[in-house]
Design a protein around this ligand. Structure first.
Ligand SMILES: [Zn+2]
Length: 149
C-alpha cells in the first residue's frame, strides 16, 4: 500500500490524487504551486503535533499514575490527570489520520493545556502549547481536516 508523501495518508490505488491533501501524488515537488507547498508543510506539521501529543499524553499517564500511587496529589486530581492524558494520546493518533473532530478538539484541548501551563508556570510547555494551538486553530488546518481543499 502506497502512502502520500505529503500527509502520509494511505493512497487509493485507483486514484492519483490524495484524498486528504488533494495533491497529485506523482507530481514533482519542484513543480508544486505555492498553495501546494503550504498544504504539504501544514500536513507534515500536523503529523508531528499528533506524534508529540501521543508522547506528551504517555508521559502524562505515567506522571498521573505516579502521583496517584505516591499520593503526591489528591487521588481525584490524579485520576483527572490520567483521563486528560489518555484523551491526548487518542487525539494525537486521530490527528495523524486527519480526523475531522480533531479541529474542534485540538482547540479545546490545547486551550486547556495553555491554561494549565500558565497555572504551573511551565514556560517551555507553555511555548509548545501556544505554538501547537496556533497551528491547530488555523484556517488551513480547518480546511485540511474538513476536506475543504
Ligand atoms: Zn496527501
Amino acid at each position: 500500500m502506497k502512502s502520500c508523501k505529503n500527509c502520509f495518508s494511505r493512497l487509493n490505488e485507483a486514484d492519483s490524487v490524495c484524498a486528504v491533501c488533494k495533491i497529485e501524488c506523482n507530481k514533482d515537488r519542484k513543480t508544486y504551486t505555492k498553495e501546494e507547498k503550504k498544504i504539504s508543510y501544514w500536513c507534515r506539521t500536523l503529523h508531528i503535533i499528533g506524534f508529540l501529543s501521543v508522547i506528551g499524553g504517555c508521559f502524562g499517564v505515567v506522571a498521573g499514575l505516579y502521583s496517584f500511587f505516591a499520593k503526591t496529589v489528591s487521588p481525584i486530581l490524579a485520576v483527572i490527570d490520567i483521563v486528560f492524558a489518555f484523551i491526548f494520546v487518542y487525539f494525537g493518533l486521530s490527528l495523524r489520520k486527519f480526523a475531522k473532530w480533531c479541529y474542534i478538539a485540538g482547540i479545546i484541548l490545547y486551550s486547556i493545556a495553555v491554561i494549565f501551563a500558565l497555572l504551573e508556570w511551565n514556560i517551555l510547555r507553555l511555548l509548545f502549547d501556544i505554538l501547537f494551538f496556533y497551528y491547530l486553530a488555523s484556517p488551513t488546518t480547518k480546511k485540511i481536516l474538513y476536506r475543504e481543499l
